[in-house]
Design a protein around this ligand. Structure first.
Ligand code: ADP
Ligand code: MG
Length: 703
């Protein structure tokens, strides 16, 4: 306490500041304000500089009363004619003003004190700034900012536009303005590192210029551009922030490329055998991904590759080919799935491909009893199991691999980054990792949030698929849906009916799956209809899924447990209840459960009218396209990057100035500059990163 007092006295006595000084060194800024500003990430004077105005006021000239528009904010200089206190129920102070042409304006105060009233003297010159309103007796302003010029108060007239800052509770506009002005004064004299100054081909303003312009734009600066975040000074900052973001990820990528991993000698032996057994040819995109993966695996640096492909594009088989290379080189591969059902399905799928080649698989899930688990752990530990499929339980301490060389993570969006990395620590050399995602990620997000990964994209579906027709139907059209189900089942195809809640809930208007089951059983008496939901035990769920796969069940009534990865090609109709309540990505995932066979498939999105405009947009885009990348872009637009990536992902969801959706058009430039910065020395790179990325955001990368 004493210390900061001393420091404060010292700094205020000579009034010299440094941008790195803590804000408490500002005269008149006390511990309480400090705490409040710290809470919004402002610790030193430099941070104040990056707290940008949300809008501006024009106090650069006096308006004349006969030209000013009602509803706009204006600055006027007038004479006081008289003062009146109105004795209504709520007392009011009225101050009548006029200009030299006798046009009048009334100032109206609902709160005032006697001192204030006495200050206002007839004949005085007063300057007022506020919104012009129209009242019963003509033009008015309520509680304007005002100065009594005749009493020697300084003018309100400004040379530049005046900033209005976003506030935090307990901090007032004039205070914040004053403190930021101190930071701006300090900026004038300081040498704030301008990371972009030394870049060739950089047509942008310096950081100093950009900051001064944004805090105090000149009257001829383009305010519309600023309001739309398209001003070159904003672009200067946005590009720098995105650049810092990308640079930090690119550095991670480079660090990874310095690590040593096992070199796999790529062989055709097992791959050719698998190809012979497949019964189909890989698509060009699949083959391309296999090649890219093989190139990574044959280097002595760890692979970290994102394999993106729409639902049904055939990512699994690409993963199987990668496993073969691990096995051929004497390593184990671990395949991790986000749900128990999917782990089981992968186990069967992988085993079907691998066992004919003499490769031993193991399965590890949370629901196994202890003897099962023991048995599988022994297989994994001895190395007898060459490919291990599992859920999160693969992460546990007790799981000891013999020679783990490759990790494959399916449906990446269900996993946090921490989990991805903790599995990586199970091997002596950093293992190669392949991360598969069925939620295509918009390119702008890949570049900004996943710049640390390499990426392969499967952008075509296997041949012979007929596109899914998607229709939206209001809940009162259930008859039509029943008809459709009968038709589909008469042709020996199967149906998914997805409910979004297990229990009835009045509030959410959600259909309970149990009610739906009964409803369907009553109306479709000839069909075999079975319910599956998340609260069933694992064995039950797995049995039901097997029966559905075999075709023993006509209609599977499910909660969203079937969302991820389930593959039953004979299912050709998907009904989704309460579709208006689900996100685009989730709906697209669900819809991807059909359209996997040669049969023309239909997806019916049922909704409760009336729909919000956002819901209409969401359902429309699904009806218009089956292209997961287009849908992902729309999702990004509607929900923003934070929602799509999940909270534990990188800092791109809460950047200071940039917004990946709004500023996507700048990414090409960002990319260019980020690569330039990679050539700079370490200190310069770190300075850029530190300015924009707080420590806790990058921490995950080092765990
Ligand atoms: P996803 O990318 O959603 O994980 P899957 O790997 O489950 O897709 O594949 C979906 C279906 O497509 C599976 O039945 C698979 O056997 C089949 N498939 C994959 N690749 C091809 C191909 N090149 N030609 C024909 N069918 C394929
Ligand atoms: Mg899959």
């Amino acid at each position: 306490m004493v210390l900061w007092l001393l420091k404060k006295v010292a700094t205020t006595s000579n009034n010299m500041h440094d941008l790195s000084d803590p804000i408490i060194s500002i005269n008149g800024l006390g511990p309480k304000a400090q705490e409040k500003l710290n809470a919004i990430g402002i610790y030193n004077l430099e941070h104040l500089l990056f707290h940008l105005p949300s809008r501006y006021q024009n106090k650069t000239k006096f308006a004349s009363l006969n030209q000013a528009q009602v509803g706009t904010e204006i600055l006027v200089q007038l004479t006081i004619d008289r003062i009146e206190e109105v004795p209504t129920r709520q007392r009011q102070l009225l101050c009548y003003l006029s200009d030299e042409h006798n046009r009048s304006l009334i100032l109206r105060f609902f709160h005032f004190n006697q001192h204030q009233k006495q200050q206002l003297t007839r004949g005085d010159i007063i300057q007022c700034f506020g919104e012009l309103k129209i009242g019963r007796d003509g033009l008015e302003m309520h509680h304007p900012e005002y100065r009594l010029i005749s009493k020697g108060q300084p003018t309100l007239l400004e040379k530049t536009l005046s900033p209005v800052y976003p506030l935090t509770a307990g901090i007032h506009q004039p205070q914040l303005k004053k403190w930021i002005d101190i930071a701006l004064e300090t900026l004038k004299k300081s040498n704030l590192i301008d990371n972009f100054e030394n870049l060739a081909k950089n047509p942008m303003p310096t950081l100093k210029q950009a900051l001064h312009t944004l805090h105090h734009p000149k009257i001829d600066d383009n305010i519309d551009q600023i309001a739309n975040f398209r001003h070159i000074s904003q672009q200067r900052l946005i590009i720098e922030e995105l650049c810092a973001q990308q640079l930090s990820l690119l550095k991670l990528k480079n660090e990874r490329k310095l690590k040593i991993s096992n070199i796999f000698k790529i062989s055709d032996n097992l791959s050719n055998q698998l190809s012979d057994n497949l019964g189909f040819e890989l698509t060009t995109a699949q083959q391309h991904s296999v090649d890219e993966i093989n190139t990574d695996l044959s280097s002595n640096h760890p692979m970290l590759r994102l394999l993106q492909g729409d639902v049904g594009s055939g990512k699994t088989i690409v993963a199987v080919f990668a496993c073969l290379q691990a096995v051929e080189n004497g390593f184990q591969a671990a395949v991790m799935a986000p749900t128990e059902i999917l782990a089981h399905q992968h186990f069967h799928g992988f085993s079907d491909y691998l066992e004919p080649l003499g490769i031993k698989t193991a399965l590890l899930t949370g629901s196994q009893n202890s003897s099962e688990r023991h048995e599988q752990l022994a297989l994994i530990n001895s190395g007898e199991a060459q490919v291990v499929i599992g859920t999160h339980s693969l992460f546990q301490e007790t799981v000891k691999f013999n020679r783990l060389g490759l990790i494959i993570i399916d449906e990446q969006h269900k996993f946090g980054v921490h989990q991805r990395l903790s599995l990586a620590q199970k091997a002596h050399n950093t293992p190669h990792q392949l991360v598969m995602t069925a939620t295509p990620i918009p390119r702008s997000l890949t570049m900004s949030a996943y710049a640390d990964l390499d990426s392969s994209i499967i952008d075509e579906l296997p041949p012979g698929r007929s596109p899914i027709q998607t229709v939206a139907l209001a809940n009162d059209k259930k008859d039509k849906v029943l008809e459709k189900i009968k038709q589909v089942c008469a042709q020996n195809n199967q149906v998914y009916w997805v409910c979004t809640l297990i229990e009835e809930s009045e509030v959410l208007r959600a259909q309970s799956a149990t009610n739906t089951l009964e409803f369907l059983q009553e109306n479709l008496a000839d069909l075999s209809i079975v319910l599956i939901h998340g609260k069933m035990n694992k064995q039950e769920k797995s049995d039901i899924m097997s029966r559905f796969s075999r075709g023993d069940i006509d209609v599977l009534v499910a909660t969203t447990v079937i969302e991820v990865g389930v593959n039953v090609p004979n299912a050709s109709l998907m009904v989704i209840e309460n579709a208006e309540r689900l996100g685009l990505a989730q709906l697209h995932q669900l819809r991807g459960r059909v359209g996997r066979g040669s049969e023309a498939s239909i997806c019916i999105l049922m909704y409760q009218a009336p729909l919000s405009s956002n819901a209409i947009e969401r359902l429309d885009i699904l009806r218009q396209t089956n292209d997961g990348f287009k849908i992902a872009n729309k999702d990004l637009e509607l929900r923003g990057p934070g929602e799509i990536l999940g909270t534990q992902q990188t800092g791109i969801a809460n950047m200071k100035i940039a917004n990946i959706v709004r500023d996507g058009y700048l990414l090409k430039q960002v990319n260019y500059y980020a690569l330039e910065f990679l050539q700079f020395d370490e200190n310069q790179q770190q300075a850029l990163i530190n300015r924009w990325i707080t420590h806790d955001k990058t921490q995950y990368a080092n765990t």
